[in-house]
Design a protein around this ligand. Sequence first.
Ligand SMILES: [Fe+2]
Ligand SMILES: [Fe+2]
Length: 307
Amino acid sequence: MSAKDKHGPDYPASPPRKAYKQELHDLQVELVKLQKHKPERGRWSLADIPYDTIDPTRIASDPYLFYMLAAASLVEINSDLYTRNLLEYFHSDTDVTNWLVQDWQHEEIQHGAALRRYVNTVWPDFAWDRSCLRFSADYARFCRPELLGPTQTLEFAARCVVETGTASLYTMLSRLSPEPVLTGLLSHIRSDEIRHYRHFYHFFLKYQVRESHGYYAVARTLWHRAREIENEDAYYAFKHVYLERHPERRFYDDAYRIFRKHYVALARQYYPYEMAARMFLKPLGLNPRIKRVTLPLLTAGAKRLYS
Ligand SMILES: [Fe+2]
Ligand SMILES: [Fe+2]
């Protein structure tokens, strides 16, 4: 960490932009596949990540990547808190519970473990375990079963929002990563998150046939869950990374506001707005004509939020 970080955020120069048009094209192809194929399993493990070739000099002085990676690792590794609730909620559908236990939970926790190892390698003075214990205690309050969607169908729509958020976040981080091992790791995680979206969307469509919900009910659910991710997951993860980093300070919302300000500046440059808008809108089942109008509006609206 740089000395400046102790007194406030200071984000270093960003790496050059990549070929967004090609990337966007690839993402669109991936999204088209959503409705055509049953999703497959992921195929990577921590043994595939060359941690011993990490070049800490390319990243260690970047306070914002530290906060983003450490915070993401805390949320991911606590996925078991969510899984228990989801298993209870969907206990009558073994297709869903088998996938949640055998694939989804395993992969989410692996994301946390892989990011934890990266953070521990680049920032060895950060007490990750202690930070995680405190975060888990705080975060567990928000993982109660009664906070799941009002119906099973709507909970699947809400899970699509969560996976849209993570897929977009890791796309952004992989675009701005200045360190090749991190870029590779983030690409693996990003692919998993898109596949998770695909699974939840598949279940959503299946359940819509049984207990169909109209446009407004689905839209309300999508909006609510998007707000919760920002207000709870990101906020509390940042808080506990910050408190571990600065044990001598008290935590005030201003610290998070300053962090968000810099996050927003990065998002303007690297966030995959159009991909996020497409994934967000998909459960609404808009007809192509309305989607043609809505997609640019939502993309522009999201960009304006980040300006
Ligand atoms: Fe994840
Ligand atoms: Fe996921």
